[in-house]
Design a binder for this molecule. Structure first.
Ligand SMILES: C[S@@+](CC[C@H](N)C(=O)[O-])C[C@H]1O[C@@H](n2cnc3c(N)ncnc32)[C@H](O)[C@@H]1O
Length: 257
């Protein structure tokens, strides 16, 4: 049993709600490829449906993936059609690999889901050889004020469920990795701009597509969305007007001693 957040429930819709736009992928994949020692195996913890693993494999990176969600791995295998990475159902806090098996590891949008994230980074630093690298991102953060305001209001109306169970800010991981003797390298931030309306954002929150909403039952989400719509109509104006959105994806490379 694990107390991490499994994405089994999100497997059917993960790829259509979480895909990075092409222009972000065109910057992200070369940026990650440059950090990963060539020719050596790279472990992705929380590999999911292979959003990052499959494009990296096309660049020649020898990915091995683990995840606690069998349904996410099933999607990965189906999508890869026989050319996917070796993948196993395994918890990042108990990795089934010998010390120093990998030249590198990736933790993309996963450590916020793991209450025992410190144990997970102990495990990653155990299975990556000395001098290897962990490349990690906490996840995309919202950068426009209206998105912040609407999200904050929605979760306040829903009773502010505790979130996230794992790391909240990438700086917590920086500190954890420094304490393990790693050198911290900030990678260029990847921004994604788009347009969305308040109703678009509230529909996603009400529909429970993000893991931050999974502690809320459907009735609570509906009540919070209705109350937030009323508030936003008064305070922010037209709920259907397209407004600029900005998501920033922050990445680090941690070089092990
Ligand atoms: C937000 S998805 C990210 C998937 C992939 N890294 C990507 O960027 O698309 C997080 C994944 O981590 C998995 N996960 C959560 N806790 C985990 C753990 N303790 N060990 C391994 N995988 C875990 C979830 O099941 C899910 O598939």
């Amino acid at each position: 049993m694990t107390d991490s957040i499994s994405f089994d429930r999100a497997a059917p819709y993960y790829d259509c709600t979480r895909a990075f736009p092409d222009d972000v992928m065109e910057r992200l994949i070369p940026m990650l490829t440059r950090e990963l020692p060539p020719g050596e195996r790279c472990l992705e913890i929380g590999v999911g449906t292979g959003r990052i693993a499959l494009p990296l494999m096309r660049e020649g990176i020898r990915i091995v993936g683990v995840d606690i969600a069998a349904e996410m791995l099933r999607r990965l295998i189906d999508k890869a059609g026989g050319s996917g990475p070796p993948a196993a159902i395994a918890d990042a806090t108990r990795l089934p690999f010998a010390d120093g098996t990998f030249g590198s590891a990736i933790a993309a949008h996963v450590l916020h889901l793991i209450p025992g994230w410190r144990t997970a980074i102990d495990e990653v630093t155990r299975v990556v050889r000395p001098g290897g690298v962990l490349v990690a991102s906490r996840g995309a953060s919202t950068r426009t004020e209206w998105q912040h305001q609407v999200r904050r209001r929605f979760f306040a109306e829903a009773g502010d469920p505790p979130w996230p169970p794992g790391i909240n800010r990438i700086e917590e991981l920086d500190d954890g990795m420094r304490a393990r003797g790693a050198a911290v390298h900030e990678l260029p931030e990847l921004d994604r701009e788009d347009l969305a309306s308040i109703n678009d954002l509230l529909a996603a929150l009400e529909g429970g597509i993000w893991s931050a909403c999974w502690a809320l039952d459907e009735a609570t989400r509906q009540r919070a969305a209705t109350a937030t719509r009323e508030w936003a109509g008064r305070e922010l104006g037209d709920l259907d007007q397209p407004r600029p959105t900005l998501y920033s994806s922050v990445w680090r490379a941690y070089w092990l001693p």
